[in-house]
Design a protein. Structure first.
Length: 414
C-alpha cells in the first residue's frame, strides 16, 4: 500500500479512536498484548531474518538493539499492559472559568490526532508507540528502518489482529511499507494527514526532520550524556555509576558518552576507572582522553570531535576539569540536553549543578540510564524529547495530548 493511502486511512480512523471509552481502549491494549505473545514465534522468525541481513552492515552494539528474544517480546507485552493500567489522559478538565455573565470556559485534554513516528533499528519501539497512541486516543503511523522492517511488520500484524478481536479497525496502528527516504520525506511533509511527527533515532535522522519537516516535529533521542565526578564524590559510587551508564547498554541514548573528572581526584579516580572499564571483563571500553587525563592513564588521545559524538559504543571520552563551574560550562557547550549526572556528597555543589545544567533530566548520584519512560512510571515512552516546547524528557501519555476550549453559554452574544 502506498504511503499516501496509509496516511489517508489513518486520518479517517481518528474519529473512531478519539471517542473511545477508557474501557474500550484498555480492552484493545489487553488484546494487543495477548496477540503479541501469541505471535512470538513468527516475530522471532522475522527478527532472525533481519539480524542475518544486518550482520554485514551494522555494528555489534547496534545488532543488540535490533535483536529480539522471547524475554524481550514478553517485556514488550508487559509494557502494553502497564500502559493499559495507567490513567486515561484524555477528557480531563485542565481549567474552568465562569465569567461574570455566566459563560463557562473549560480547557479539556484531547488527543493530538495522527502521530507519525520515524525510527531506526529498535523493534520494541513499534509496540511502545502503538500502545501509547491507542491509550492517548491517537492513531499512529510507524515508519521503521529497513534493518528492522520484517520485525516491525510481524509486530504490527499481531497488534492489528488484537485490535480486530475487540471490534476496532486495524487502521489505528499503521506501518509504512516503503523504507526508502521517499516515505520519510512524505511523512515530514504530510500536512493534511500528520498532526505530530516524532523522529526517534540518530543525529542524522533528527537533523533531517528538523530541516525538512513542514508538520509539527519533536526532537528526540540524540544523547551526548555526561557524568561529572566531583572532588567530593564517593569514588566507589562514582565507579559503579559510570560503569552502569557506559557499559550496561552503550547503544541507547541514555548511555554516558563523556566523563568529566575534578582535577583534585583525577589522579586517584582515573586509574581505578580504567581498571573497572578496561580490565578483566568480556567487553572493554576504549577511553579517549584529554591532555590532562592522558598524563595519568593510558588511552586514545581525544580528537576535536570526541566530545561532540554520540558513540553508541564501548567508547568513553574523558576530560579533567578545574571545578563544577568548568563542568557546567563544558556541558553547556557540548550537550544535546538529554541527560547529565553529578556524583558528589556536597549538597551545595549538587544544587548548583542541577540548577545550572539545562537538560531534560539531571541526576545526582545516579546513572543516566534511568532516563526512560518505564523507569519514570510512564509504562513506556514515545521517545526522549530534548527540546523545550510541548514535551521534554520521556514522552508518555500526557505528552501525546493537546487541549481544546469548550465554552457553554445560554444565548450569550458579544
Amino acid at each position: 500500500m502506498t504511503t499516501l493511502k496509509i496516511l489517508q486511512r489513518a486520518k479517517a480512523a481518528t474519529a473512531t479512536l478519539s471517542t473511545l471509552t477508557t474501557e474500550k481502549k484498555n480492552a484493545a491494549l489487553s488484546a494487543m498484548a495477548e496477540a503479541l505473545l501469541a505471535d512470538t514465534a513468527a516475530i522471532l522468525s522475522a527478527n532472525a531474518e533481519d539480524m542475518e541481513a544486518a550482520k554485514a552492515t551494522i555494528s555489534a552494539v547496534m545488532l543488540d538493539r535490533l535483536a529480539l528474544t522471547e524475554a524481550r517480546i514478553a517485556a514488550m507485552a508487559e509494557g502494553i499492559r502497564q500502559v493499559a493500567a495507567l490513567p486515561d489522559p484524555v477528557g480531563h478538565t485542565l481549567s474552568e472559568t465562569t465569567r461574570a455573565d455566566g459563560l463557562v470556559i473549560k480547557k479539556v485534554s484531547v488527543p493530538v490526532g495522527v502521530v507519525g513516528i520515524i525510527y531506526e533499528s529498535r523493534p520494541n519501539v513499534t509496540s511502545d508507540a502503538a500502545a501509547l497512541a491507542v491509550k492517548s486516543g491517537n492513531v499512529c503511523v510507524l515508519r521503521g528502518g529497513k534493518e528492522a522492517w520484517r520485525s516491525a511488520n510481524a509486530i504490527v500484524t499481531a497488534l492489528r489482529r488484537g485490535m480486530e478481536t475487540v471490534g476496532l479497525t486495524p487502521d489505528l496502528v499503521n506501518l509504512i511499507e516503503d523504507t526508502t527516504r521517499q516515505s520519510a520525506t512524505e511523512l515530514m511533509k504530510a500536512d493534511r494527514y500528520v498532526d505530530l511527527l516524532i523522529p526517534r533515532g540518530g543525529a542524522g535522522l533528527i537533523r533531517a526532520c528538523v530541516e525538512n519537516a513542514t508538520v509539527p516535529c519533536i526532537q528526540t533521542g540524540t544523547g551526548i550524556c555526561h557524568i561529572y565526578v566531583d572532588k567530593a564524590a564517593d569514588l566507589e559510587m562514582a565507579l559503579s555509576i559510570v560503569d552502569n551508564a557506559k557499559m550496561s547498554r552503550p547503544s541507547v541514548c541514555n548511555a554516558c558518552e563523556v566523563c568529566l573528572v575534578h582535577k583534585e581526584i583525577a589522579a586517584e579516580f582515573l586509574p581505578r576507572l580504567k581498571a573497572r572499564l578496561c580490565q578483566g571483563r568480556d567487553t572493554t571500553a576504549e577511553l579517549r582522553l584529554d591532555e590532562t587525563a592522558a598524563q595519568i592513564i593510558d588511552g586514545t588521545p581525544a580528537g576535536e570531535a570526541d566530545f561532540d559524538t554520540e558513540f553508541l559504543d564501548y567508547i568513553l571520552a574523558i576530560r579533567v576539569v578545574e571545578d563544577v563551574e568548568q563542568a557546567i560550562s563544558h556541558i553547556a557547550a557540548h550537550s544535546t540536553h538529554h541527560s547529565e549526572a553529578i556524583v558528589t556528597a556536597d549538597r551545595a555543589t549538587a544544587d548548583r549543578f542541577t540548577a545550572a545544567v539545562d537538560s531534560s533530566a539531571v541526576y545526582v548520584n545516579a546513572s543516566t540510564r534511568f532516563t526512560d519512560g518505564g523507569e519514570f512510571g510512564l509504562g513506556c515512552e514515545m521517545g526522549i524529547s530534548t527540546q523545550k516546547l510541548h514535551a521534554r524528557g520521556p514522552m508518555g501519555l500526557a505528552e501525546l495530548t493537546t487541549y481544546k476550549y469548550i465554552i457553554t453559554g445560554n444565548g450569550h452574544t458579544r
